[in-house]
Each structure stands twice: as structure tokens, then as C-alpha cells.
Design a protein around this ligand. Sequence first.
Ligand code: NIG
Ligand code: FE
Length: 411
Amino acid sequence: MPNLLITNIKELIQARPKAPARVSGKEMQQLPTLKDAFLLVENNKIEAFGNMTDCPKRADQIIDASGRMVFPSWCDSHTHLVFAASRESEFVDRINGLSYAEIAEKGGGILNSARRLREMPETALLESAQRRLEEVIQFGTGAIEIKSGYGLSVEGELKMLRVIRKLKEQNNLPIKATFLGAHALPIAYRQNREGYLQLILQDMLPQIADEGLADYIDAFCERGFFSVAETARIIEAGAKYGLKAKIHTNQFNSMGGIEASVAGGAISVDHLEVVNEAEIECLLGSQTMPTLLPSAPFFLNDHYPPARQMIDAGLPVALATDFNPGSTPSGRMSFVLSLACINMKMRPEEAIQAATLNGANAMELDRQLGSITPGKLANFFITKPMPSIAYLPYAFGSDLVDRVFIGGMEV
Ligand code: NIG
Ligand code: FE
């Protein structure tokens, strides 16, 4: 493969000769950058970077990035990008006064998506998911996690996970698949919770694991969805099949989901709109990545996770979109960064760390992605001309991601 040289980069972001697996607490403010830089790509990988004074003279392709910045791709570690239909009627229901929980209680919400998914053929599901994936790649995402969870039956969950496998095959950005059978209790099981748990544990999980369809396991630990004890059983069962956990918890209530996830060795706990001090303490003693999804409280007009308190206590945080038709119909990472800065008081540098290196860590991809580091995959984007790093979250309505590269190839 020919090599590629980017020259005259105004500022090369997250430039690290050697990268740590994650950044926590005060380190999150220390975003390493290099002004007036070059970046050399060879064989899909980052070969070198440095100051323009040391720039190689020749390359097969040269791109002049004068006035522009280069960022490592966003690592979006939490999405539900495979779904059958949008849910704007629930958006209007909320404008008229219903809450997310009330809509779910009436059989809307996740169950609405499950009904639509059942009716949609696998090929159509794949096609719409592929279009969404292409959209978020243009937004600068270069690695992504995608969950099942709108199947809620053996057939439906397998269908979703097969679609995710096809997405892996037909795209060259890293994709992680998460099995989320415990997303909502199907109506047919309202009087038989244990029956649905058994369906997940005895029927779905073994088949999914046998076919290698999932990298992780998830559960929605929340009042009206799955209890802490049920979540703990899901985590434990997943572990038996080698699936580590990434858990939806503390979106609306603090019930013990964080403790159970940490005890089960979860890779990440996601949402965390409602978190207390004991839970922050618990996370401090763990390797579990707190993952914040501020477009969900933005869209539901709810309150935001206490990111400042978490980082000041010494925790790492990751940022992800939660792209889904119910609580976050957007896969735009730059907007997530704006929300993190505006509503969670994260500094632009911290938000960038959370959306790159820490996001990669929340998908166990930190050795391949998340920073501009020699040997890592050449997934990055060139911005439009911009004056400073803070301009990216500041100009929340502009699309500043100009040219996108995955494995060194322009997309
Ligand atoms: O992360 N909270 C649970 N799951 C999704 C929403 C799913 C839906 O409403 O379709 C979330 O917000
Ligand atoms: Fe989610």
C-alpha cells in the first residue's frame, strides 16, 4: 500500500509516542498535541509524526493540512445503531407531557422498536444500519460498539447480531457487538419474568456464544426493566461464556447496578445520570469505565451525569452517543462533546480524551485506536480550518470534520 503524508497540520491532537490504556482524573486535562506537525501513514497504520522541521521530503500521496487540525477518530463505545424504525411519535408524546418511563409502561419505547424489528427482513435491517454507519463515519467515528436488544426473542436477537456481524464484514472500522437480550421484558412475559430470564440464559446466550456473535453482554438495570439481582445473573452467565459486561445502569435511579457491575468485572457502566458518592468510591477501586451519554438526557430533557465530580474524584470517563431511536436519535460525537462541555462542565481537552482514548478503552481497543501513536491504526480525521481546540465543542452547529480516514484510506 502506498504511504500517505499529511503536512503543515496546524495542531495534531492526542499525539502520543506511547499511549496509556486510559486517562483518569487530572490527567484528563493534559491532552498532548503538537503544533505545525506532519503525520506519516504506512500500511493502514500510523508510522510516525513530528514537527514540520523533521518532515519527510517524499511520499506517494501528500495532503497539505494548513490551518486544519488532525484528530484520532472518535471511538463511540455505546450505540444501538441497528433498528427498524424511528420513534418520533413518542418524541411528540413527551412534548405533550408523557415521560420515557410512562411511554415504556404503555408498551411503547423499546417494545415498540421490538415490534417493528420483528416485521423487518434482515436485508432491510442491514441496509438501514449500513446507511447509519456510513453517516457516523462521516461524523468522524472510527470505531463503534453496537448492541442488540430490539429482538427480545431468540430469533430477533440472533437476527440483530447477524446484522452486526455483516456490518463487521462489510466495513473496515473496528466494530464490537454486544448482546442485550435483557433490554426490556416482552409483554408476553409480564407475568413470567423468570421465563424470560431463562430464555436469555438457556436459549439465547448459548447459541449466541457458540456462533461467536457477541463480544460483550449488557442488561438495562433500571426500575421497570431489570433488577440488580437479575443483572448480576446476566453478568455471571455472560462470564461463563467469555463475554464481559457493559451495563446500562443509573439512568433514572440508583439501585445498586454499579456495585453489581463492578463486582462482576464489567468493562463499563453506561449512562450514570444518577450517581451518589458511594458509587463513585466503588468505581474508584475498579477497572470499570464510567461511560457518559449526554445526548440521552439532552433529548429526554433529563439531568446530566455528574462528570465534574467523577473526574475531580480521580475517575476516568468515556463519552459515547447511545445512538438509538428512543432516547438518542443522533450518532454525532461532536455534539456529544459540546453537551459534555456545556452541561457537564468538562473541559474541551477532557471531552476529547473521553471520546478517543477512554472510548477505545471501553471497547478494549486502546492498543489499536484512541490516539495518534506509531503502530496504531490510521483512523483519523482532518478538520476544516479552525482557530483552536475549544472551537470544536464551541461551534456545536457546524460540521468541522472534513476528511475522514479509516485504516489510512480516505472514506
Ligand atoms: O440507552 N436505556 C436503555 N436503552 C436505550 C434506549 C432504548 C430505547 O428507548 O429504544 C438507552 O437510552
Ligand atoms: Fe443505550
